[in-house]
Design a protein around this ligand. Sequence first.
Ligand code: HEC
Length: 145
Amino acid sequence: MILLLYAHTKWALNPCFLVIAFACFILLVSETKAQPKKQWVVPVSVNQLKSTIKADANVLKEARKNYTIFCSTCHGNTGKGDGMAASSLNPKPADHTSDVVQKESDGSLFWKLSEGRNPMPAYKQILSENQRWGLIAFIRTLKRK
Ligand code: HEC
């Protein structure tokens, strides 16, 4: 019994064990820190932003094209957030078909699209205001049935 206890203590004091235990501890601490996804808070005033365009068939057609070019690598062709680059990104691209996104105001989505947040680029310098509103209208058509 004593011998067993002795062997046990010796094992626990082994430098290798200590190193591994320390590494596990560090990993645990960093995992806990990485956990909560930072909420993307928008200024309340952006909810008042109103679209500058009428989303007719032509606008939606052009928006679909832009979506395929600029958005689908991350958000996927159907907006589910499952684009080619998605698996390597943190945070993950938003699912545009989800209730969470669909319940947001047009203004809020427009503002997020314009300002971006790492890893998503800001589109206010890349796409015109009308193009961006077109994309918001297009996102509305992706709503899960
Ligand atoms: C490089 C990858 C990438 C590209 C390209 C990209 N996005 Fe995103 N997008 C993201 C990520 C990641 C998030 C989630 C960001 C977060 O929560 O911090 C996001 C979030 C969003 C949101 C906010 C959703 C919400 O309600 O929180 C909108 C709207 C959006 N993207 C639209 C677009 C549109 C439209 C395009 C194309 C013009 C586009 N994105 C291109 C990665 C991308």
